[in-house]
Design a protein around this ligand. Structure first.
Ligand SMILES: Nc1ncnc2c1ncn2[C@@H]1O[C@H](COP(=O)(O)OP(=O)(O)O)[C@@H](O)[C@H]1O
Ligand SMILES: Cc1cn([C@H]2C[C@H](O)[C@@H](COP(=O)(O)O)O2)c(=O)[nH]c1=O
Length: 232
């Protein structure tokens, strides 16, 4: 069978390819306080310094430090769009403005349910470079939102680590210091701390034992104390 480029062939005429260059997807994951937002801002600023047109998006669920800026835990800021979802971005931003954008940064990616479709379309069809930062796991070390779903789409994946707040070893996990059990709970060092594997396991088992005792005595689980974690 031969493939002909003859103009008589209606398929060849109607499916003339669009040669817009495809984009890229880079994913930055890790526990809280690992420097994900810092790394995202660094990469977006480098792109901007190279003359590329950049825009930053974060979830409107997390407005801890600012409504209209991505802010790291140590105070570095970058203006952004705070949105409830990604699918509304093109229209809110404006189609003409979107056309001119080269690089899209996304922070707090775990809160966007439509992350996969947005990244796929932006990179594959619209030729954008998408740089995504988010938590791969929640406080129970379960996959958080759609962050892990976009790994097969990614050009690069960077997993960062923090420092364990209890022993200063490398921290891979985020420990929730309170007894709330909902997956999404906005907060910073008031509610969470980065921990190594040993202190994560110690903390979870101390929490579970404390909960059983409190349940037995019909006391509120808010009495579980963070200090129990210090047990070696
Ligand atoms: N336990 C902590 N509490 C507050 N700030 C911290 C803590 N551990 C690290 N930091 C600071 O946070 C910075 C990383 O912030 P950020 O980039 O916002 O992290 P991430 O986005 O991964 O949560 C670190 O460079 C450090 O200065
Ligand atoms: C572990 C965990 C975190 N969250 C929230 C807490 C913060 O608002 C963000 C993470 O912010 P960071 O930039 O990575 O520091 O997510 C949550 O809702 N549920 C969790 O289990």
């Amino acid at each position: 069978m031969t493939f002909s480029s003859s103009v008589k062939d209606p398929i060849c005429v109607t499916t003339k390819p669009n040669y817009r260059p495809t984009g890229e997807i880079h994913v930055i994951i890790g526990p809280m306080f690992a420097g994900k937002t810092t790394a995202l801002l660094r990469r977006v600023k480098l792109e901007s310094n190279d003359g590329r047109n950049v825009v930053m998006i974060k979830s409107s669920k997390d407005t801890r430090y600012a409504v209209d800026a991505v802010v790291t835990h140590d105070g570095t800021k970058f203006p952004c769009w705070a949105l409830p979802d990604l699918s509304s971005f093109k229209h809110r931003f404006g189609l003409d403005a979107y056309e001119k954008v080269d690089v899209i940064g996304i922070d707090e990616a775990q809160f966007f349910d439509d992350l996969y479709d947005f990244c796929c379309n932006a990179a594959d069809l619209d030729g954008k470079t998408v740089i995504v930062a988010g938590l791969d796991g929640d406080y129970l070390r379960k996959s958080f939102g759609s962050v892990l779903d976009i790994i097969p789409l990614a050009d690069t994946v960077t997993k960062l680590t923090a420092r364990c707040e209890l022993c200063n070893k490398r921290a891979f996990f985020t420990f929730r210091k309170t007894s709330e059990t909902e997956t999404e709970l906005i907060g910073g060092a008031d509610l969470y701390m980065p921990v190594c594997r040993q202190h994560y396991v110690n903390g979870q088992s101390v929490n579970e034992a404390a909960k059983m005792v409190l349940d037995f005595h019909k006391l509120p689980s808010s009495l579980i104390l963070e200090t129990t974690l210090v047990t070696p």
